[in-house]
Design a protein. Structure first.
Length: 284
């Protein structure tokens, strides 16, 4: 009798522009996919083979057509005995600015001189430290979190940015997300990193956050979500505080900049990596 842990896994490889990946992940999540890896213009989605069917195949191809993608995803069945080894062979520790992001199976190899360890098991792509949008915020974080700050992480995902803020000395960090999976994973990751006493994780939209006067607000999310929630984010910012935004393509910088200026804020600092842009915003 087989168990869920014994079953093989189906890998779906889709060529898709980075700007559309988050939407596609959200839709695949509704179809039952459980894990993802994002890498530039490729998205890999994973689901137990026991849940894969001709009907699901048709649904996936219909979804791709619906959002304007060729319905020709590559499907690979990964044998059960190779799954854990596949992760361990693929995911290595990565140094990002002041931090080193490492999976738990490299715990003994994670310390490098002067780097702050962030232990993140990449069960899903959001906020693992292996995507440029997350790395950009990690690079900028030490310049705005020096100790004692109140931090809001909007769209916390794995919780990596909230954990990084706590490790830098923030006195209180609230990570919020509308995805139940992210809530569970972020809670687990905070415990693993020993910051559960500082970081609170909440399943809600940023508009439902009652706390205010945050010194730093992090928003590593899509441009349309940033624009839609910006007034709410700004209302929760302390005087002189900063909003760090990421998930912005270089082609979207002018649009974001003009919008920010219309909200009486300005770009104080910015960074670019692999075609992505992040910025620290402050009141004008």
């Amino acid at each position: 009798m087989s168990t869920e842990s014994d079953s093989a896994t189906v890998e779906l490889l889709i060529t898709v522009d980075p700007s559309a990946q988050d939407r596609l992940v959200a839709e695949l999540d509704r179809l039952g996919f459980e894990a993802y890896l994002q890498d530039d213009d490729e998205l890999r989605a994973y689901i137990p083979s026991s849940q894969w069917s001709a009907t699901l195949d048709t649904q996936v191809r219909g979804l791709l057509s619906e959002i304007g993608l060729p319905p020709n995803a590559r499907i690979t069945v990964i044998p059960a005995q190779n799954w854990n080894q596949r992760w361990e062979d693929t995911i290595e520790p990565v140094a990002v600015g002041a931090f080193i992001v490492t999976p738990s199976w490299h715990r003994d190899q994670r310390r490098e001189l002067g780097l702050i360890p962030l232990e993140i098991d990449p069960k899903m792509s959001f906020g693992t430290g292996y995507h440029a949008t997350t790395r950009l915020i990690l690079h900028m974080l030490p310049s705005v979190v020096r100790g004692g700050e109140r931090v809001l992480d909007a769209g916390t995902g794995t919780g990596i940015l909230a954990i990084a803020a706590a490790r830098l000395g923030a006195s209180f960090v609230l990570g919020v997300d509308i995805d139940p999976w992210s809530e569970r994973n972020a809670l687990e990751t905070c415990e693993r990193n020993g910051v559960a006493d500082v970081v609170r994780i909440r399943l809600c939209d940023v508009g439902a956050v009652e706390e205010t006067a945050f010194d730093v607000i992090l928003a590593n999310i899509q441009l349309d979500v940033i624009v839609r929630s910006f007034a709410s984010l700004k209302s929760k910012l302390a005087t002189g505080g900063r909003i760090l935004v990421s998930g912005i393509l270089l082609s979207q910088v002018n649009e974001l900049t003009h919008f920010v200026e219309s909200m009486d804020m300005h770009v104080e600092d910015s960074r670019v990596e692999d075609g992505w842009w992040a910025a620290a915003l402050r009141s004008a």
